[in-house]
Write a protein that binds this ligand. Structure first.
Ligand code: ARG
Length: 463
């Protein structure tokens, strides 16, 4: 609880007894929201500059307050500031210290504002800059993935549906799928930057203020696009928090899917990729083990991220307008999601740098499971003028034949193939070649080598 010179709570004229010690213990948020100190000071400086411009406070008072705030910022940055749970949150801790530094005139700082508009302004500014940091880290990760893709354009592997061999693909094409996912994540975060770009400062507690303030001035100073339209909505709105948490959840979901792919591919059953010793851990009992713990860590972390999104949705469900203490938890939730996401993105970057494809095994697995069956069906449509459904049936019959003979498709002789479709010529045998199969998928977005090269170039040039 903030105290004035006589060591009384700011609201002590009205509230006679001290806050119960239990509530003082749980009701404060300083350990969490002290992270917003820079934003809070920036916001207060813009506010007092506006109050001065509007002739609500004098030049001298404005300067005194700004002097005090700058001093406080230095103290906090240099870890010389003593945060006190008694003063609840970052706003009151700073105001209390300002009182110690400049005295009674500190009281002007809270003219025409409330902690309700103050906190959302701080928080929006924080989310803006943190979103930019996330996008920079995603960009780095994209570059790392592009580098690995560039080296593996001609690395052929099976593409899966239902985790069964489906069609042959380039490993680079697979990697480029992740690039798409992370590029969408960036867009999703960036969209939130556009929708949150409205300045809450000046709506005060919930109804605005009778002072002749200039919200456009603080809007400009604080780098927002426009002031918010409705004071009640402004102090109640946490949509921007949800959008941030949702974006973080989707990104963490992408990370978990990649992690799972890599875990499966690293298993003995698949053995498609090797993880360098830097990113595996051992077992306390089984001496042979090299476990992909880090990948499992990434896969697991999405759970917490979804939990944070659902915590916030639940806090907001049915909450009447406008401000309630319930909303205070938004910071802790967002900080948790942010910290974990940043960590996971960095870990994934490190992991991508430390994986190598087992090319021989990829090709070997790709050559099993009749993976070129669709290529054969396509060939029949193109060269033996039959409808796709008919070609599908013929190809299925050829696959059955191969299965009976315990052969792969490319091990069948032309004579054997002709038993099912007599018109087939020697030319058909090329469709069983995986490289040919991959490179034949020239439709936009397909796995042909040219397509992949162009896509890698496109993303490389964006960087
Ligand atoms: N620490 C508070 C929060 O984060 C600031 C707003 C307090 N407003 C109030 N009316 N108690 O939500």
């Amino acid at each position: 609880m903030a105290k004035n010179k006589n060591n009384q709570a700011i609201w002590s004229t009205r509230i006679k007894s001290n806050t119960s010690s239990l509530f003082q213990k749980v009701g404060n948020s300083i350990d969490i929201d002290k992270r917003l100190y820079k934003e809070d000071i920036k916001c207060s400086i813009a506010h007092v500059e506006m109050l001065f411009k509007q002739k609500i406070i004098s030049f001298k008072i404005k300067n005194k307050i700004i002097y005090g705030l700058n001093k406080i910022e230095k103290e906090i940055s240099n870890k010389k500031f003593e945060f006190n749970k008694k003063y609840e949150d970052i706003h009151m801790n700073i105001e209390n210290r300002l009182y110690q530094i400049i005295g009674e005139e500190c009281g002007y700082i809270h003219t025409a504002r409330s902690r309700n508009d103050q906190i959302i302004t701080d928080f929006k500014i924080w989310i803006k800059s943190s979103t930019k940091k996330i996008n920079i880290i995603i960009d780095k990760l994209i570059v790392t993935i592009l580098k690995l893709a560039e080296k593996n354009i001609y690395t052929i592997m099976p593409g899966f549906t239902h985790l069964k061999n489906a069609q042959a693909i380039s490993f680079a094409h697979y990697l480029m799928a992740y690039v798409e996912m992370f590029s969408r994540d960036k867009k999703r975060f960036t969209n939130n930057l556009y929708s949150l770009d409205e300045n809450p400062l000046g709506v005060a507690a919930l109804s605005g203020t009778s002072f002749n303030i200039d919200r456009n001035y603080t809007t400009k100073k604080l780098g927002f696009k426009k002031p918010t339209n409705n004071s009640i909505d402004t102090v109640s709105d946490r949509d921007f928090v949800l959008d941030f948490l949702y974006s973080a959840s989707v990104s963490s979901m992408h990370i978990s899917r990649i992690a799972e792919d890599l875990i499966i591919w690293n298993s003995e059953g698949f053995n498609l990729i090797n993880l360098s010793d830097k990113i595996v851990t051992g077992s306390s009992i089984m001496p042979q083990k090299k476990n992909p713990d880090l990948l499992e860590y990434l896969r697991g972390k999405s759970g917490g991220s979804y939990g944070n999104l659902f915590s916030m949705l639940t806090i907001l469900k049915g909450l009447p307008l406008s401000y309630f203490k319930d909303l205070q938890d938004d910071k802790e939730i967002v900080f948790k999601s942010y910290d974990v996401l940043i960590n996971c993105l960095k870990i994934l970057d490190e992991i991508i740098k430390n994986i190598s494809p087992n090319k021989k095994r990829m090709l070997e697995l790709g050559n099993s499971g009749y993976i070129t069956a669709t290529d054969l069906a396509d060939y029949l449509v193109k060269n033996n003028s039959m409808p796709f459904r008919k070609a599908y049936q013929k190809t299925a019959a050829i696959v059955n034949l191969a299965e009976r003979k315990k052969k792969n498709l490319d091990q069948l002789s032309l004579e054997e193939l002709r038993k099912i479709e007599p018109r087939l010529s020697n030319d058909v045998l090329k469709v069983f070649d995986l490289k040919h199969s991959v490179d034949s998928k020239k439709s936009y977005g397909g796995t042909s080598f040219d397509n992949i090269k162009k896509m890698i170039m496109k993303y490389r040039n964006k960087k």
